[in-house]
Design a protein around this ligand. Structure first.
Ligand SMILES: [Zn+2]
Length: 153
């Protein structure tokens, strides 16, 4: 495995469970992964398109130096407003990827998370996966440039 950088999506899917659990052991490592993947091509402010940032208030968040809008590592990912502790949410993601038939009740039992919470998050993961995974973890940044507009009908 590559050193230093977080694994990319394909690596994450291919990881065996032990490696995976070791990697996403705490909230911090999950946030780090999300931030690295989300901004792998650099930071772009969703509000004003500026590319310079400074650290935000929460770990791995980034704040635009021009308009001061802050974006957390989980914003625009399937983990946004996720009620599940991140390492557990990652574990659900991993399970859904490798064994899509795992039921919500089994996940709920394994992780000791409320069934409804598991069901909701699993549904979200499934939707993201069905949307074509390369990085549907994340809504791509859409900056409205004239070029983009002219391509639309
Ligand atoms: Zn901005």
């Amino acid at each position: 495995m590559k050193t230093q950088n977080s694994p990319d999506w394909e690596e994450l899917k291919a990881m065996d469970e032990d490696t995976f659990n070791q990697y996403f052991i705490d909230t911090e490592s999950c946030l780090k992964f999300l931030a690295e993947r989300k901004w792998e091509n650099g930071f772009i402010c969703r509000k004003c398109g500026h590319t310079n940032y400074c650290k935000g208030k929460t770990p791995y968040a980034r704040r635009c130096t021009r308009c001061k809008t802050e974006e957390s590592a989980t914003a625009h990912t399937m983990f946004h407003r996720c009620r599940i502790h991140l390492p557990e949410a990652f574990s659900i993601l991993k399970t859904v990827c490798s064994q899509p038939r795992t039921s919500s009740s089994k996940l709920s039992e394994q992780l000791e998370i409320r069934l409804m919470t598991c069901w909701r998050f699993k549904k979200k993961v499934m939707e993201c996966l069905q949307g074509g995974i390369s990085f549907t973890l994340i809504n791509p940044v859409q900056i409205h440039t004239p070029a983009n507009k002219s391509q639309k009908k």
